[in-house]
Design a binder for this molecule. Structure first.
Ligand SMILES: [Zn+2]
Ligand SMILES: [Zn+2]
Length: 752
């Protein structure tokens, strides 16, 4: 095919620009398939194209008159897979914007937004299996056949009453266990199975038709602030507007999302609801289902390929009116989008941190709302400093939700000076006393520690040897229940030794992890049932749910957990929260560490006293006089945020500047740093951006590779973008780039 077409012919039929799943930073040009002309092929449709020695499936992104490639080198598309676009124009534009803004290959960004089965060429339309009666079957049914098989006779009668057929889903609902009978009837030639596009089936119309008044009857009464927020969001329908819904934990943000989504559905539009954690989706889904009489689709990373495909098709067909999901759901195909909500917008899990395109789903959501001209609601008890700054600039409209009248008083925060009290196994005297007091008063206790495992260090008390990871600059964490040493950086494991690897003397675990704190508390309070919640004890949403239920029904009295306990769960019986170690966030080299610490403390404190009584929050620290802790204790998150924003402005950190981070890893420090140095040099003597580094990462050696980074800063977003565009071209061509793995991270969250 190549070379047989002279150039003029190529431009006559036009050229198609196709995104293929590969690391190229550009789109690829193809001719239309023989007999077709480029303008007739739908943008967003999948095509099969020759790609090097193999064939690949790509997506048509643009049409062009001609190509920079000489006509003889242009190849033709081998097959068109969709007559209708798989991705509509709005979504295609959003994906291209994402690829451009985060400087990631467009083919990879688009491929990541499409379920695996569709990337492999399967039909975009959902297929459903149906059962129909045949003419012979109808005749047999009328004469009362089959006489000796009751189930088959009943099923045949049922089919005779439904000459259009019945989907197997409906069959399972109406006649559970009837499938063997269905197979037997089909063998006799009295019925047959067919495949139909699920979109035509209009299955379960009952789910769609519940009248509004009946569904909303169970809705609680809104506070004045909630009602104002709902009205403000509703009034913005049909145009872009960004709102920051800022309310303490328990002030009823979810109710505002729910009402705003309900209004959006009433107008006939569909809604996208983003949550930070897979663990929160069942909770939220249940609440939405109880109140909104529409189909919903759930998209998150723990779905199987089949589940993802089904949910994606539900969303794309518009049958699902609400799409609830985590980070990648921001790219869900949703026709007639009318509203986007982003719950816990400060949460770092919205940012893709490892591998692939390092996008922020929150920021992409705001962009999507702009493109689709719809309102977007960002909600949090502890908004990101960027979002608060956007309120100050007038870009986001604030929707404050003060403490509700029926809500318990704000929890009392107090610092416990670890230097001033006796400390037993990581717990200061006043903390264990408070735990005893709250348990005696029938309260529940939440103990937060951001470190899983038994102890972070295994030490030889004779020679000072510390168990290291052989592949990382990290110590191995002791996991006593599993009798293992584990590296939390690379995942390496080894059996827990009883003796020193160097001198043979006895070793001992030093420091506290959740496993050890739980062991200590269980020994101190043997009558109080205790549970632990961390990545070792909870592998999926079901495990988290089980722990939550045990706390809700009172069968657990103490919960020890990591970050997982700070996220969204409601524990009305918890009257005391203990933060075991606040100090990790106080002296970090990462300028965001203080913000993260403040958010964690406020979020975990928010779990306490959500029932009738005010909660007590005790924070263990060796630095009770630290200004961050002081402003948080005395003025709350607002006071902290005001101070932190002033510091950022003085230091020219975001949101007062824009950052990008070029990360590299190589077999040696010389390779990684050498590449970054060359990258910096190729920007010339007077680059328009400020470079910081290159430096080795805080945890430099990980999984046997040396990690390093080069930070770029500019006051202006556009200027930084323009620079990156040209510079990354040069960086990709550097000889040194062949010895490393590198990636660009625009608006990085973690810069250590
Ligand atoms: Zn030793
Ligand atoms: Zn390791």
């Amino acid at each position: 095919m190549t070379g047989t077409r002279p150039k003029p012919e190529a431009s006559a039929a036009g050229v198609l620009r196709v995104a293929v799943d590969c690391p190229l930073r550009t789109l690829l040009d193809y001719l239309p398939p023989p007999g077709e002309s480029a303008p007739d092929l739908p943008l967003g449709a999948r095509v099969q194209v020759p790609f090097g020695p193999r064939s690949a499936i790509g997506v048509i992104v643009a049409q062009a008159q001609g190509s920079a490639l000489p006509g003889r080198r242009l190849k033709a598309i081998s097959a068109l897979l969709d007559r209708e676009p798989l991705l509509n124009a709005g979504l295609l534009e959003l994906l291209q914007w994402t690829a451009g803004y985060y400087h990631h290959p467009p083919g990879e960004v688009i491929a990541a937004a499409i379920p695996a089965a569709l990337r492999a060429g399967q039909s975009a339309l959902a297929q459903e299996r149906w059962l129909e009666i045949t003419a012979a079957g109808l005749h047999a049914s009328l004469s009362g056949e089959p006489r000796r098989a009751l189930r088959q006779r009943e099923l045949l009668k049922m089919l005779a009453e439904r000459p259009a057929g019945i989907s197997l889903t409906q069959l399972d609902a109406l006649a559970p266990g009837a499938r063997p009978a269905a197979r037997a009837l089909s063998k006799r030639g009295w019925s047959r199975f067919t495949a139909r596009a699920a979109d035509d089936s209009a299955a379960t119309p009952a789910l769609m038709a519940t009248p509004r008044s009946a569904a909303m009857a169970a809705a609680p009464e809104l506070s004045a602030a909630q009602a104002l927020a709902v009205e403000a969001i509703d009034a913005a329908a049909g145009r872009y507007g960004a709102f920051l819904l800022h309310g303490v934990p328990g002030s009823g943000k979810t109710e505002v999302y729910l009402r705003a989504v309900a209004r959006c559905l009433e107008r006939g539009a569909n809604a996208l609801v983003l949550v930070p954690e897979i663990g929160l989706t069942p909770q939220l889904l249940e609440r939405f289902r109880a109140r909104l009489p529409v189909r919903m689709a759930v998209l998150h990373s723990a779905l199987s390929d089949g589940e993802r495909l089904a949910a994606w098709r539900e969303a794309r067909s518009g049958r699902a009116r609400v799409v609830i999901g985590t980070r990648s759901a921001v790219f869900a195909p949703i026709p007639g989008l009318g509203l986007i909500t982003v719950d816990e917008e400060h949460d770092s899990s919205y940012k893709q941190q490892e591998g692939g395109c390092r996008y922020s789903a929150r920021d992409v959501a705001v962009r999507r709302a702009q493109q689709a001209a719809v309102p977007v609601v960002l909600g949090s008890a502890t908004p990101a400093l960027e979002s608060l700054h956007n309120v100050q600039l007038g870009r986001y409209r604030p929707l404050p939700l003060p403490r509700r009248a029926d809500q318990a008083a704000a929890p009392r925060l107090a610092l416990i000076d670890l230097r001033a009290h006796a400390v037993h196994q990581g717990l200061a005297g006043p903390v264990t006393q408070a735990i005893g007091r709250h348990l005696a008063a029938d309260g529940q206790v939440l103990v937060y520690l951001n470190r899983r495992g038994y102890a972070p260090t295994l030490l030889c008390t004779s020679c000072g040897w510390i168990a290291p990871c052989s592949e990382c600059d990290a110590r191995l964490t002791v996991h006593r229940e599993a009798a293992q040493l584990r590296c939390h950086w690379c995942g390496a494991t080894q059996p827990l030794p009883a003796r020193c690897g160097r001198c043979g003397f006895a070793v001992k675990p030093v420091g506290q992890g959740t496993e050890r704190i739980a062991e200590t508390l269980a020994a101190m309070f043997p009558d109080a049932p205790l549970l632990r919640l961390d990545r070792d004890t909870a592998r999926g949403a079901a495990d988290v749910e089980a722990v939550m239920n045990a706390l809700l029904d009172g069968s657990a009295r103490i919960l020890v957990g990591t970050q997982m306990v700070t996220k969204g769960h409601h524990f009305p019986g918890v009257s005391l929260v203990a933060v075991i170690n606040a100090d990790q966030g106080l002296f970090s080299t990462d300028f965001r560490a203080a913000e993260r610490l403040a958010q964690t403390i406020v979020q975990v404190a928010g779990r306490a006293g959500r029932g009738a009584r005010a909660g007590e929050v005790l924070i263990q620290t060796e630095y009770p006089e630290h200004p961050l802790l002081q402003s948080l204790i005395n003025g709350g998150y607002e006071a902290f945020a005001a101070g932190a924003l002033a510091e950022r402005a003085a230091a020219r950190w975001p949101p007062f500047s824009r950052l990008a981070l070029l990360r590299a890893s190589g077999r040696s420090a010389a390779d990684a740093l050498g590449f970054l140095r060359a990258a910096r040099e190729c920007a010339g003597d007077r680059p328009p951006v400020r470079f910081l580094g290159p430096v080795s990462a805080a945890m430099a050696r990980r999984a046997g590779r040396h990690h390093a980074q080069l930070l770029l800063e500019h006051a202006g977003r556009l200027e930084l973008q323009r620079f990156l565009e040209a510079w990354l071209e040069l960086v990709g061509r550097l000889r040194e780039s062949r010895r490393v793995r590198w990636a660009i991270d625009v608006d990085p969250l973690d810069i250590q």
